[in-house]
Design a protein around this ligand. Sequence first.
Ligand code: SF4
Length: 181
Amino acid sequence: MEEILAFESKPSPDYPSSPKVIGSYVQAFLICPRQVWLMSRQICPDEDHELLQIGRLIQSQSYARERKEVHIEHLALDLVRRAGKNFVVAEVKKSSRAAEAARMQLAFYLYELKQMGLEAEGELLFPEERRKEYLVLTPELEAKIVKMKEDIVQIIARPIPPAPARTRFCGKCAYAEFCWA
Ligand code: SF4
């Protein structure tokens, strides 16, 4: 399987030597580095996977009155609103099962916005759990993001993906059939 992947996913000549890190890679990195590599090669997970469908539904139905899906350069932000003088960027998640990964994804957005000269605060929203967390970018979080971006670029640069390794996330992962069939 790995040899087939390496063959099928050979980067095209215009594949960037230093690819852009995006929010979904950050979240995937903290769940499973193999996911990052598969996503980077546009290897799509099972689009009919029940959890992907539920996730889309929640994103489309929650917070309908707020502005949704704002694209700024390589960032796709779930919600953006003004709170006084500040911008608040919110990330919507189906559950808090991978809350740490979601926190780092949001911290990544705040970091990237800061690099563009935009200061913002973060909110992590779990509508099904009626839960909200606030996030502020600290120097410690910034240092973690910088290191994580370097690690992600190294994973993407590999000719073959990291081997599958069973974790508690595999059971609900849309790539499960791909990894374990
Ligand atoms: S099924 Fe498991 S090993 Fe495969 S991509 Fe998903 S989390 Fe990673």
